[in-house]
Design a binder for this molecule. Structure first.
Ligand SMILES: Nc1ncnc2c1ncn2[C@@H]1O[C@H](COP(=O)(O)O)[C@@H](OP(=O)(O)O)[C@H]1O
Ligand SMILES: [Mg+2]
Length: 274
């Protein structure tokens, strides 16, 4: 077996391999027993990714949703942050394609002591046949200028565009309590969908303008999607505007905002005003 040499291409390769295994599992088990399918999906994807990382990146640490956490990662220079199956619930529902495989790499800053950061990532959406990765960053989503904050002193009205209403992706099952108020304040439409990776990908492709989450999540839920969003040039932050930090002692990372850069100020200001 030949694997790509570079980390970003390797992340894509891992997401593809795990995604293929998950599709085969869905075909084999069917959807009659959702709990069994979810558990089996988490397990086979985690084991496949762990096996490949142990074999091809033996010196690296791993933080996985499905594995025991180890403090060794806090002293490591390279940590893979993986969510073997994000949107587990949707994976177990027949016909749904909003679930994903997340593979990200965090690396310590070369100049010690310095913070580390995400340096590679891939978000596979196997049921859609799509993998977004930092090895080939997607193009920046199309600007919808009438949605941007007005430019002071602008002489001309923004050009007319197809979609006038701001579209915000949110969790299907656990949307943050303040989202309805946010949508009302902005005159925005909420677009529920499964998986953090799928929601960030929807911002990347321009299907929605933003993804807002709060109330709970972990580093593995957002690491790979955020790596891809950053490589594309999008805004990524906590909902108070602060930086999303990864490979922290406590892997809880309960909220995030991913959106086009021209919308970030308006969204952050509105969230903080609620
Ligand atoms: N309030 C919360 N607390 C903990 N995790 C949450 C959460 N809301 C969403 N998540 C996690 O974020 C991921 C995306 O959620 P959603 O599809 O609802 O937007 C899911 O990951 P998993 O499917 O890997 O468990 C889900 O468990
Ligand atoms: Mg997840």
């Amino acid at each position: 077996m030949i694997t790509p040499a570079g980390d970003a291409a390797f992340a894509r390769w891992l997401a593809k391999a795990a995604g293929d295994a998950l599709l085969a599992l869905r075909a084999e088990l069917g959807f009659d027993d959702a709990l069994m399918l979810k558990n089996a999906g988490d397990k086979i994807s985690h084991e496949l990714l762990m096996g490949a990382l142990e074999r091809w990146r033996p010196g690296d640490a791993v933080l996985s949703e499905e594995g025991a956490d180890s403090s060794a990662r806090l002293g490591a220079d390279r940590v893979w942050i993986i969510d073997p199956l994000d949107g587990t619930r949707e994976f177990s529902e027949e016909g749904r394609t909003d679930w994903a495989v997340h593979v990200a790499l965090w690396r310590r800053a070369l100049a010690r002591p310095g913070p580390g950061d995400l340096v590679a990532g891939a978000v596979g959406m196997p049921a859609r046949g799509i993998i977004l990765g930092t090895d080939a960053p997607p193009a920046y989503p199309p600007l919808r200028s009438s949605l941007s904050a007005p430019v002071l002193g602008a002489r001309t009205a923004p050009a007319a565009v197809a979609h006038e209403t701001l579209r915000i992706a949110c969790s299907r099952s656990r949307p943050p309590a303040f989202l309805s108020a946010l949508a009302e304040e902005l005159g925005a439409e909420l677009v529920p969908m499964g998986s953090a990776g799928v929601k960030v990908s929807a911002v990347v492709t321009g299907e929605v303008d933003a993804y807002v989450h709060a109330g709970g999540q972990y580093e593995w839920d957002s690491a790979a999607p955020v790596a891809v969003a950053r490589a594309t040039g999008l805004h990524t932050s906590r909902i108070d505007g602060s930086v999303l930090d990864y490979n922290q002692p406590d892997p809880t990372l309960p909220d995030l905002l991913v959106c086009r850069k021209d919308l970030a100020h308006r969204l952050l200001a509105t969230i903080s005003s609620l």
